[in-house]
Design a protein around this ligand. Structure first.
Ligand SMILES: NC(=O)c1ccc[n+]([C@@H]2O[C@H](COP(=O)([O-])OP(=O)(O)OC[C@H]3O[C@@H](n4cnc5c(N)ncnc54)[C@H](OP(=O)(O)O)[C@@H]3O)[C@@H](O)[C@H]2O)c1
Length: 277
């Protein structure tokens, strides 16, 4: 095991029951000897994570709660204090991807739910846990954001807004906490995980296309781990994310129009709710 600043640290990671969160948790434990507290809602999925960890399972504990509720974070902080658990690293990774749709088709209730899971969860976790984290000799906060924060496409209003808010919060924290706490932002592009479960299941062409542009979960986890290892302030990963980062900066208005035109021309049923009149 090569020596790295995060070796042996105590890490809290949300969304550890599946996808990238599970992958990062496993690597932290197996490659860095970290003690990981995973947070998510499904006990069934968490039990699977524990079983898959095999001999490493003692390094992993989990808490089941909805990260979008502030009270849950306050209770979690009490649990940490009562058990003298001193976290070093917080990784805000849990998130949902709303179905591609026009803004007007989402209910306000659904928009609030998405903002609460994707953005307010990080507000609550950081607000609650920062004092504890700052007691660590090497505190860190890593927010798993998205390429959707780099450029907004038609059909992604709510997801992009939630991820843009997370990016802005992270950037402010990075400066406010400079020299005291590493704050990292990770912006993955499409990645093969279960996050697409709410998209049109019947759209085989769409799934094929998504698979073509998506990065494997394993590869994305490796890139995220490398960001954390090297304390990278911003990681943009996947060729789609690189495109969105580039065009979002050089063509802030026309870029979104260009990508929307490509989505529309693809005639994928996935995007029908956005483009079909
Ligand atoms: N996959 C992509 O293409 C992609 C691209 C860019 C950014 N991202 C971002 O990367 C992060 C991880 O995504 P993923 O692709 O790994 O997704 P995933 O496979 O769907 O996993 C999401 C994780 O979040 C947990 N979760 C969701 N809502 C929660 C809630 N309210 N409270 C507690 N836990 C909750 C889920 O656990 P339970 O179901 O057990 O609660 C699960 O462990 C997300 O923030 C996502 O926005 C993903």
């Amino acid at each position: 095991m090569n020596k790295n600043w995060m070796d042996g640290k105590t890490v809290i990671i949300t969304g550890a029951s599946g996808g990238m969160g599970k992958g990062v948790a496993e690597k932290l434990i197996k490659e860095h000897g970290c003690t990981v507290i995973g947070i998510a809602r499904s006990e069934e999925k968490m039990k699977k994570v524990v079983a898959e960890l095999g001999d490493y399972k003692d390094k992993f504990t989990y808490k089941l709660f909805d990260v979008s509720v502030e009270k849950n974070w306050l209770e979690f902080a009490d649990y940490l204090k009562e058990n003298s658990i001193k976290p070093d690293i917080l990784i805000n990774n849990a998130g949902i991807l709303p179905k591609f749709d026009r803004f007007q088709n989402y209910t306000v209730e659904y928009i609030e739910k998405a903002m609460n899971i994707n953005f307010y969860s990080a507000v609550y976790s950081i607000h609650t846990l920062l004092p504890l984290l700052l007691e660590s000799p090497s505190p860190a906060i890593i927010n798993v954001d998205s390429s959707a924060a780099l450029m907004t496409l038609a059909g992604t209003s709510v997801y992009s807004a939630s991820k843009a808010a997370l990016k802005s919060l992270s950037e402010a924290l990075r400066e406010e906490l400079r020299g005291k706490c590493y704050v990292g932002i990770v912006c993955p592009g499409f990645t093969k995980t279960d996050i697409f479960r709410d998209q049109s299941a019947s759209d085989a062409k769409g799934q094929k296309m998504l698979n073509m542009v998506s990065t494997s979960c394993e590869r994305m986890v490796k890139m995220i781990m490398n960001d954390i290892k090297t304390k990278k302030p911003l990681g943009v990963h996947g060729f789609d994310a690189a495109f969105m980062n580039y065009f979002g900066r050089i063509l802030p208005v026309q870029g979104g129009r260009l990508f929307s035109a490509v989505m529309k021309a693809s005639k994928m049923p996935l995007f029908d709710p956005v483009f079909k009149d």
